[in-house]
Design a protein around this ligand. Structure first.
Ligand code: GLC
Length: 541
């Protein structure tokens, strides 16, 4: 299949293509964590056919695009972020024809498809790394970072870098050399100074673009280039997922040349096809460098995700994010959860209060100018599962004594679709992580049609986001803050207003307009309204 064919099919199938600015600028992009979305074959692990069968849920939800986490051949040492073959589907998830059919089926529903690419490291089972291990003195080692150790017998690591998952970022091979891995030892870092590395990834990108994907989410997009000489940090700094500390292996200026070359490659396809940076940068300004006009299209806004339930902090992050991306002409992105962090229902306090805040935060996010990412299950209001038995956990961060910010299995529990008992329609039998016994009311089937459910709130919000003129279009519809008491965010966009009450008591205010959607019921006599605690309301003006 050629990309031209795919482009024409999509253009005719999708009513959601923005003619002028580019479809990604205001897109709502749904993250499918493939292992936990839907299982078609009963092995307890989600797969591509499972995703395809459930695409109607995403179309009905009203998102514009789907981001699929890695489904490539992998030993799964890090949930597929350890890729052994970048051009093949792991049998756990299906095969290439399943990927092809999934892309076609999504396009037929008007959904774009973004896939993950993992360029900072390969799996230790990748052909290049096997070759490097097998031939100590060979050129094959120069595709990675092999170094002699320190100390008389070379028994100490070459520098003091720590892995994101805990412990030294170096592992020693049987022949005595050390290799660098910023993540698990099964994820050796590639040497991007080596020309074959860049050539190989350009070819991998083309492979998936030719299959018809609409873009890439670029894993660790800030990590491929290391400071020359791999200098010591000197103070034993532990890198964390979504960290913001300047480090000699993250956010080096050299990564931008790689992203520029990828932009040229993306632009050579009909599209637009997009690149999304998973980059952790010390400031919004540094992050905006990844989305300059000749670089990537979007970067995840982890400052928004990391923001506490505090309207001053939220407003600062919103203003700084909008200003930083506006300075380079890019849209801002917003995200509350993903497969690496504690789900936001739980981050906001858990229980009924956490859910109220999560629903309010979703309405805030979806009212902001730019593009929003929704992590599977947040539309169901799923909480983090915090009581997983150690024996079932698979996160390498857990297995390596938690070097990073949090353990990541509790946000990866397979989704509940229907039914009273696990696996709640996730698949014909079982699920690779156990689902809680009380998740039946959270299933898609149980929430469908219930006007108070979180699922129906998301559906209504996404529908209004398309229908209301002031929403969605980032350039046409800027945000204007209105005066608001402490603990309240209040802003307008053309024809639209949004009010978030973060306080733990209701807020009485003069009605700014006609309430069109609220995360909790508002009382109004037409002139004044009572907005409940921890709630957000949308108004048509
Ligand atoms: C990214 C992924 C995370 C993975 C890491 C290493 O942060 O989101 O899941 O562990 O990269 O590839």
């Amino acid at each position: 299949m050629t990309h031209e064919l795919t482009a024409s099919r999509l253009a005719s199938a999708s009513s959601k293509v923005t003619a002028s600015g580019g479809w990604w600028r205001d897109a709502v992009i749904y993250q499918v964590y493939v292992r936990s979305f839907a299982d078609s074959d009963g092995d307890g692990v989600g797969d591509l056919q499972g995703v395809r069968a459930r695409l109607p849920h995403l179309a009905r939800l009203g998102v514009d695009a789907v981001w699929l986490t890695p489904f490539y051949v992998s030993p799964q040492a890090d949930g597929g972020y350890d890729v052994a073959d970048y051009r093949a589907v792991d049998p756990l998830f299906g095969d290439l024809s399943d990927a092809d059919e999934l892309v076609r089926a999504a396009h037929a529903l008007g959904l774009r498809v973004i896939v993950d690419v993992v360029p900072n490291h390969t799996s230790d089972r990748h052909a290049w790394f096997r070759e490097a291990l097998a031939h100590p003195a060979s050129e094959a080692r120069t595709r990675y970072h092999f170094r002699p150790g320190r100390g008389p017998g070379g028994e100490r690591p070459p520098n003091d870098w720590e892995s994101v998952f805990g412990g030294p970022a170096w592992t020693r091979t049987p022949d005595g050399a050390w290799y660098l891995h910023l993540f698990a030892p099964e994820q050796p870092d590639l040497n991007w100074e080596h020309p074959e590395v860049a050539e190989e990834f350009a070819s991998v990108l083309r492979f998936w673009l030719d299959l018809g994907v609409d873009g890439f989410r670029i894993d660790v997009a800030h990590g491929m280039v290391k400071a020359p000489g791999l200098p010591d940090i000197g103070r034993g700094a532990q890198a964390t997922l979504i960290g913001t500390e300047p480090l000699p292996f993250f956010d080096q200026d050299g990564v931008h040349a790689i992203h520029r070359s990828w932009r040229r490659l993306l632009d050579s396809y009909e599209g637009p096809r997009i690149g999304v940076a998973e980059a952790w940068a010390p400031t919004s300004e540094r992050l905006a460098l990844y989305v300059r006009p000749d670089e990537l299209h979007q970067a995840f806004n982890f400052r928004f995700l990391n923001c506490p339930w505090d309207t001053r902090a939220m407003r600062t992050v919103i203003d700084e994010s909008l200003a930083a991306t506006a300075s380079v002409g890019a849209p801002t992105t917003w995200v509350l959860s993903n497969h690496d962090v504690v789900r936001h229902v739980t981050r906001y306090g858990g229980g009924a209060q956490g859910l109220s805040r999560a629903r309010a935060a979703a309405l805030l996010m979806l009212a902001l100018p730019g593009s929003a990412y929704v992590y599977q299950g947040e539309e169901l209001g799923l909480p983090e599962v915090e009581d997983l038995p150690d024996a079932v956990r698979q996160d390498p961060a857990f297995l390596r004594s938690a070097g990073q910010d949090g353990l990541r299995d509790g946000c990866r529990i397979p989704l509940p679709w229907s039914g009273e008992l696990p696996p709640y329609g996730f698949g014909p039998a079982g699920s690779w992580l156990p689902q809680p016994a009380d998740w039946a009311p959270l299933s898609v089937a149980a929430q469908t049609g219930d006007p108070h459910s979180t699922l129906e709130l998301y559906r209504a919000a996404l529908e209004l986001r398309r229908a209301l003129p002031g929403l969605g279009a980032p350039d046409a519809a800027p945000l204007t803050w209105l005066p608001a008491p402490e603990g309240v965010l209040h802003f307008t966009r053309p024809g639209f207003a949004c009010t978030l009450n973060s306080r733990s008591e209701p807020l009485e205010l003069a009605s700014p307009g006609r309430p069109v959607l609220s995360s909790a019921p508002v009382e109004t006599d037409g002139r004044t309204v009572l907005l409940p605690a921890d709630a957000c309301t949308w108004w048509a003006l």
